[in-house]
Design a protein around this ligand. Structure first.
Ligand code: UFG
Length: 338
């Protein structure tokens, strides 16, 4: 059984990917410092998979502890999710973002070189496209970032591109996620933000459960079909499967660097999401239109063609499925994963 080291494996996308890896016959091993995830996630992963999930409570920036993990595990591949991810916080604490996100990647890469672990999947983001010249967005579009969080993603893409050029025996994939939402069908794992959510769907589910008064729709004067911002929402379980397909692909290919969008190719507006969630919960959801949020763009959705052609990746869940699973996770975990 191939061992896959999953950094940040207790987090939102990481935990769903751990489930997908077990289902595909891999042995995932988690490295997480639980800065932004509950240790209970591990128990829940064991309930879902009916397997013991090995987990190291280690910060990837801690070179000597990470070295011990690599020495002990000797994984076949690494999926690197670990990192800070809040756009607003990255603007107020840029050094914290550069230090954590870049250091952890460098330490992981150094261990990979030392222990000859040659397959790496990196968790990048559609944020690297900035405000795209048109939609859908193709992988060869120009890159442009507007905040320190996005800049860490772009810098890591550049570091890995430089590294891949001189390490032709490595197989590296950069996965640019669009907007992951939803939760595993067990409702045991899902998006579990600290404090008031920044992102649309967890905000709406917290309005539905009565924790927040109403959704603020950030602007209705965008150049979109109803004036509200359009994004490519993708079910986190579809996204998780994308990682498994990428790992398989890395075992077959000969080049050292691959880049894929992981999205559905379909754009939905804030009001589309809100109205779909209203169908799921069966009642209107309180909301008001307010000013635009600085830094937001009109529309962002993927061309999913390359990932389909080369990985066989195709999202199977629609917006209703995504909203339903997000709501069911919230209902079953009103205070998050405790
Ligand atoms: N929105 C609201 N009200 C809210 C929250 C969001 O109207 O309370 C709107 C936003 O203006 C935007 C849409 O809902 O139009 C989606 O916003 P999110 O904050 O959920 O997601 P973003 O597209 O802004 O950002 C997400 C991730 C980033 C990642 C980016 C990649 O949060 O980390 O997708 O495209 F970089």
């Amino acid at each position: 059984m191939k061992k896959v080291l999953v950094t940040g494996g207790a987090g939102y996308i990481g935990s769903h990917t751990v489930v997908a890896l077990v289902e595909a016959g891999y042995e995932p091993i988690i490295v997480d410092n639980f800065y932004n995830a509950s240790p209970k996630v591990i128990d829940r992963l064991e309930l879902i998979t009916k397997k013991k999930i090995k987990c190291y409570n280690v910060d990837c920036c801690d070179a000597s502890k990470l070295d011990e993990v690599f020495k002990e595990v000797k994984p076949h591949a690494v999926i690197h999710f670990a990192g800070y991810k809040a756009v607003g916080e990255s603007v107020s604490k840029p050094l914290m973002y550069y230090d954590n996100n870049l250091t952890s990647l460098l330490k992981v890469l150094e261990c990979m070189v030392k222990y000859e672990v040659k397959n790496l999947v990196f968790s990048s983001s559609a944020t690297v496209y900035g405000d795209p010249k048109s939609v859908p967005i193709y992988e060869d579009f120009p890159l442009h970032v507007t905040n320190p969080y996005g800049r860490t993603k772009l810098m890591i893409e550049e570091i890995l591109t430089d590294f891949a050029k001189v390490n032709p025996d490595f197989r590296i994939a950069l996965l640019r996620y669009f907007n992951p939402i939803g939760a595993h069908e067990s409702h045991l794992i899902g998006e579990d933000p600290n404090g008031i959510p920044n992102n649309l769907v967890p905000y709406i589910t917290q309005v539905c459960i009565g924790k927040l008064a109403k959704l603020r729709v950030f602007g209705n004067d965008y150049k979109t079909h109803d004036g509200t911002g359009v994004r490519d929402y993708i079910h986190v379980c579809d996204l998780a499967l994308g990682h498994v397909l990428t790992l398989k692909r890395l075992d077959e290919v000969t080049d050292s660097l691959y880049i894929y969008n992981l999205g559905t190719g379909k754009g939905s507006s804030v009001l589309d999401v809100l109205h779909t969630m209203e169908k799921v919960v069966g009642h209107p959801i309180a909301h008001e239109i307010v000013a635009r949020r600085p830094g937001d763009i009109d529309a962002c959705y993927a061309s999913p063609e390359k990932a389909f052609k080369e990985l066989g990746f195709k999202a199977k869940y629609d917006l209703y499925d995504m909203c339903k699973s997000a709501w069911e996770f919230q209902e079953n975990n009103p205070d998050g994963i405790k």
